[in-house]
Ligand binder design. Structure first.
Ligand SMILES: N[C@@H](CCC(=O)N[C@@H](CS)C(=O)NCC(=O)O)C(=O)O
Length: 196
């Protein structure tokens, strides 16, 4: 397998998953956006993208779920149809759509778009929308160290990256359970999130 992407981006998710799952791969990191093959594996030329024997898979959380499924003996995911798998899908979708999307909107405007396309009027709205959802995760983590079946799983890789990203924007201030969750994740020897 070849993984297009590098840290600190969403490529961190599959890099971390592969480390936890002991999967060997070739990392394409240098000048990755100029790599002529990237568009074969990601239709928007974004990262991460995974080349699996010539077949492309994109979307970081989908890649992580696929990788965990490929190594069931590592116990990082429950099988399709199990309640725990439904919870994995739930928390992954929640993090991506109800938290990360708002944070990404601000990050992209500030750091990627040309100045004339930036939308600073959205920044406060995005922060508030992220935090409304983050409060729900905060409540869930009141009684849990990890999100599914009280054990570390690929769900925590997907959701953990979202929380880390929120942190880089200062969105998690006062969310003690989320901050403690991030500390637990970054204490893992194979975690690829940068320590706070
Ligand atoms: N939802 C996608 C997002 C992919 C994405 O936007 N990746 C960023 C890096 S974190 C990127 O490639 N940005 C380049 C750009 O926006 O042109 C995923 O989770 O994989």
């Amino acid at each position: 397998m070849r993984l297009f992407g590098h840290s600190p981006t969403r490529a961190t998710r599959p890099m971390w998953a592969m480390a936890e799952l002991d999967i060997d791969y070739e990392g394409i990191t240098d000048n990755v956006f100029e790599h002529p093959e990237l568009v074969r594996f990601h239709p928007l030329k974004r990262i991460p993208a995974l080349d699996i024997d010539g077949q492309g898979l994109f979307e970081s959380a989908a890649i992580c779920t696929y990788l965990a499924d490929a190594k069931p003996e590592k116990g990082l995911i429950h099988p399709s149809g199990a309640w725990e798998r439904a919870l994995h899908d739930q928390w992954t979708s929640f993090a991506l759509t109800e938290m990360e999307a708002w944070a990404w909107s601000t990050f992209r405007s500030k750091n990627i778009l040309p100045e004339h396309e930036r939308v600073p009027e959205m920044y406060e709205h995005n922060r508030k929308a992220y935090r409304i959802s983050a409060q729900a995760l905060e409540r869930e983590l009141e009684t849990k160290d990890h999100l599914v079946a009280d054990a570390f799983s690929v769900t925590d890789i997907n959701v953990g990256w979202t929380c880390h990203f929120g942190n880089t924007l200062g969105y998690n201030d006062g969310l003690d359970n989320i901050n403690a969750y991030l500390k637990r994740l970054t204490a893992r020897p194979k975690c690829m999130l940068p320590p706070d």
